[in-house]
Ligand binder design. Sequence first.
Ligand SMILES: *[C@@H]1O[C@H](CO)[C@@H](O)[C@H](O)[C@H]1NC(C)=O
Ligand SMILES: *[C@@H]1O[C@H](CO)[C@@H](O)[C@H](O)[C@H]1NC(C)=O
Ligand SMILES: *[C@@H]1O[C@H](CO)[C@@H](O)[C@H](O)[C@H]1NC(C)=O
Length: 397
Amino acid sequence: MGSLKTLSGGLLLGLCLTLLGWGAEGQWDGHPKKEISGSGPINLGQQQRGTWWPLMQTRENLTEVKSIKSMFQFRTFDPEGVVFYGDTREGEDWFVLILRNGLPEMQIGKADILVSVQGGPKLNDGKWHLVEISSQGDFVVLEVDGQKALVVGLKSKETMEVLTGQIRLALGGILVSVDKLFLPFQPEMDGCIQKGNWLNLSTPWETELIGEPWPCYQNIQPGSYFPGAGLAAFNTTDLPGHQTEEGGITIDIHGDSTKMEGTVLSLNTPGQELPTVTVKINNNPKKVILTILKSDAITEQSFSRLSLTLLKNQVNMDIDDTHLTFEIDSIPDFPRSWKEGMILAFGGLPGDGVSYSSIQYLKGCLEKIQVQGQDVDLDRALYKDLSVSSHSCPSEV
Ligand SMILES: *[C@@H]1O[C@H](CO)[C@@H](O)[C@H](O)[C@H]1NC(C)=O
Ligand SMILES: *[C@@H]1O[C@H](CO)[C@@H](O)[C@H](O)[C@H]1NC(C)=O
Ligand SMILES: *[C@@H]1O[C@H](CO)[C@@H](O)[C@H](O)[C@H]1NC(C)=O
């Protein structure tokens, strides 16, 4: 319980500080908006967790719209999230392009029709793809890299040609309420857009972003990136559980430990002041530190894969091919506590006031995080700091 309070407290504090920062710049007027270029690059990953509101939006009188096509380049490793939204009649007619399982999906609401279509190539391969969306009569057409990916026809006695009013476009969110969607989705998208051309309009876009827009990394690789400023935390009841008590719970971390510094993970039991288990990496000099309550176990090794197995009163750690076992009477019955709900954090210790004043956030890339052999998606965390990118790490090549 205490941990959850701290987590949301941390989130609020973070928000307040950024708002204060804005105020100091003298631009805070209760509803700050600023102009941003629609041609990009635009990093869609800079959205607060759980937000449906777009990162940026624009509107234009329909009488000004001469082109029927929007096109942009898009790059992501994220399998799910919202990319591009458009509507007319203030959201009466709308469409949204999202990814689900890496595939493009369009949902369209028009008059009494609600449509969802999915198909085309998987887009979440970390490469730039040219995406084009056009409205051609009764059809909406999605093209990817010059090939038709989806064509949706819509007809109803109630649809009418809309020639007046405004068209709104949005990136990284939607402007209709979530309950209008055909199928809900996880809105967060760790992706980048560049070279956007939106109906050939030159109207500026607006954003409520606080601070400077984030750049897009030149090159990315799959993984979760922790820049040393925050963590992501799960309630273990939201993660896969144990099949057998003897098998315990396994947490796997893949990545190059020589390029990490700080806390890789920590596991906290509610009501306990000390974290139950933490794994930290130091590279100067090189060591991996496993702490179980007050006991440290230090190995002077680097790894590309670290595996922790939590058993009843026992913790096993495998670093590449080295196997270590720790049995401590005072540690909890992990399989049981896991089912009851512990906090598993990646990239730091969920702070608890003074006792964690030297919180050592992780700086580095966790190329893969698995629990019980299943990939862990930080977009589904109980809490994720804005600085953490859930599906991409900067890479040198
Ligand atoms: C849109 O139309 C309204 C009224 O018809 C007009 O006042 C406004 O200036 C127009 N906006 C643009 C961007 O053309
Ligand atoms: C796009 O806009 C430019 C100038 O703003 C214009 O020269 C060009 O013809 C337009 N293209 C289309 C397809 O409307
Ligand atoms: C974790 O989830 C369990 C079960 O839903 C709940 O009882 C517990 O309060 C949660 N713990 C935290 C810290 O959110």
